[in-house]
Design a protein around this ligand. Sequence first.
Ligand code: ADP
Ligand code: ZN
Length: 614
Amino acid sequence: MTPHQTLKKYFGYDDFRYGQQELIDAILGRRDALGIMPTGAGKSICFQVPAIMLDGITIVVSPLISLMKDQVHALNQAGITAAFINSSLTEGQISKALQNAANNLYKLIYVAPERLVSYNFLRFAQSSNIPLVVVDEAHCISQWGNDFRPSYLSIADFVSSLQKRPTVAAFTATATPKVKEDIIEKLNLKTPLVLVSGFDRPNLNFSATGQSGKARILLDFLSTRPKDAVGIVYCSTRKQVESLEFELNSKGYRASRYHAGLSDDERRNNQDDFIHDRMNIMVATNAFGMGIDKSNVSFVVHYNMPKDIESYYQEAGRAGRDGQPADCLLLYSKKDFNTQMYFIFENDDESKTQLDPVVEQENRERNLKRLKEMWSFCESTECLRNHILRYFGEVNPPSFCGNCSNCGAEFEEIDVTIEAQKIISCIVRMKERFGAGMVIDVLKGAKNSRLRQLKLNQLSTYGISKLSSEKLSDIISVLIRLGYIFKTDEKYPILRLDKNWRTILDDDTKITMRVKKELVALPQKSHTSKVYNDELFNALKALRLKIANKNNIPAFVVFSDATLIDMCRKTPKNLDEFLNVNGVGQVKAAQYGDAFLQIISDFGHNDIEVSQNV
Ligand code: ADP
Ligand code: ZN
C-alpha cells in the first residue's frame, strides 16, 4: 500500500495536507525528520501513516496522559492497534501492555518520557523491532521553549541504547529558530528533513480589544452564538477562573472549570465533561488544553492577556481544528501586563527556583522580551494575523487578511504632538526617576500622599493634561516606539529619555497616533456558507453522541464535525458513497456506515414528503 492509500483506507482522507507527504516520505526513506506545524495542521498523520506501513512497532513519546488516551482511542476507532503506557495504569496493566507489544500486537505504543528509563520498558524496547521513534511536542526538550520538561533529555540516550538505530521523527508547533536548533541537537537528529509548514490558520478570526468591561464584552460575544457552541475561556489566575465560571453558569451557560488548584478527580471529570460535550464552555487557566484534541471548539476567548505570543497562538489555535470558521477573542488590559510581570519576577514555580542564578536571570530577560512582544501585538493597529505570522518567522505574509479585528476596523491618524511634549517635559522635570503610572498621575494632577511627599505636585507639569490615563499611556507607547523614551527592564520599570528626545521641541516634529475610529467591532458569529441541512446535521450529531456514549469515547473520535458536514453535503446512499465522505475510513465505514446511512436516507424521504405536500 502507498502512503496515499493508507491515508484513505484508515483515515478516510483523500489528500495530504501541506507538508504531510514530504515528512512521510522522509520517514519511510529512513531519514530523521522534524515537522514544525501549527496546532491543527495534522501532525499525527505524519507519523501514524508510516507507523502503519513500517514493520515493527513505533514508539511515540508524548508528554500528556490525556493526549495519549485520545490518540489511542482515535487509532483504535480507525482500526489501528495501539496502546499507551503511563502512570494512569496499574503495574499489572503495564506488564500486560508490554507483553502484547513484545508479541507484535500493536503498531504504535505511546509512552511518557519518564517511562524510557524504566527497566521493564527498556527490556521490551531492546528486544523488539522498533523502526521509528516519534517525539511529540518536541519543544519540551528545549529550555528556550515555553514548556521545558527535563525528562525529554533522556530520549537521545534511549534511542542510542536500542539494538538498531530507529528513524527519529520530532514534531512541534513552536517555530522559533533557537528551539528548532535545540531539538535537532538534543535529540541528536541525523541530517533531518526539517519541514516548517505555514503557520496561518485561515479559518480563525482574530480580534483583540483593550476596552474595559470585559465581562460585558464576553457576554455580548457569547450571546451572538448558539447556546451550545463549544468554546474555551482562558484566564490567567485561578481566582478569575472561579468567578467567571460562576458568572457564566448564573447566566445560564453550561460552563465548567479547570485549573491546577482543583483535585485530580475534579480536573479529570471536568475535562471529560467538556470533551464529551456534556459541558460546552471550559473556563480555565493555561493548565488546560495541551493535548486536548477536540476538533469542534468554535471559539477561544482570552479573558486575560497571556504571557507570550507562543502561548497565545497555541491556545487560540485550539479553536477550529476541524477547519470550520472559529473566533479567537483577546481581552487585554494594563493590569494583565502587570500580572504577567509579577509572574516573571516572583517566580514561585518550584522546578524553576532550582535553576542557577545566571540561567534564571537569562530566563527572566527572555520572558520579559516575550511579554513585551505580546503587548505590542495587543496594541498593534496593523493586521493581527500578519503580526503573528511575522513573529513566527514567516517572510512577507499578506499585510491585510480581512479576517481580524484590525482589518475590519477603521482608523484615523490623530496629532498628539502637544501631549507628547507635555509627557517628555514631565519626565525631564521628574528627573527620569519614575514609572509611567507616576508620570501620568503628575500630568493629571492626581492628589495622592506619595506624590505630595515627593513634592511632585510642585512641578510645573503637575496637572497640565486633561486626557484619560489610558490615552496618556497610549501616547507613551508611541513615544517608546519612536525612540523618544524607553522603559527600563526592572520589576518596576522607569521611564527614561531615549536618543531622540531632544528633537521633540523642533518645529517640524509632528507626532501622530493611529486610533480606531469607532469602538472595536466584535467578531460576529462566524457565518459558514451553509449548503447543508441543519436538521440532518443535528440528527447525525445525535447518532454520533449515542455511539460515543455507548463506547465511552469522545464524540469527535467517532467522526469530526467536518466529516458530519461532508455527509450532509454528499448525502451518500450506499457504503461506497459513504466511503467518499471526507474522514470516513474503511473500518469506521464498516462499523458505523449502516447507522448513518439509515438516518441520511430517512431524511431524504422526509424531504420528498415535505416537498410533495407543499
Ligand atoms: P496537530 O497534532 O497538528 O495539532 P492533528 O494531528 O490533531 O493536528 O490533526 C488535526 C485535525 O486535522 C484532525 O481532526 C485530523 O484528523 C485532521 N487531518 C489531519 N490530516 C488531514 C488530511 N490530510 N485531510 C483532512 N483532515 C486531516
Ligand atoms: Zn488582518
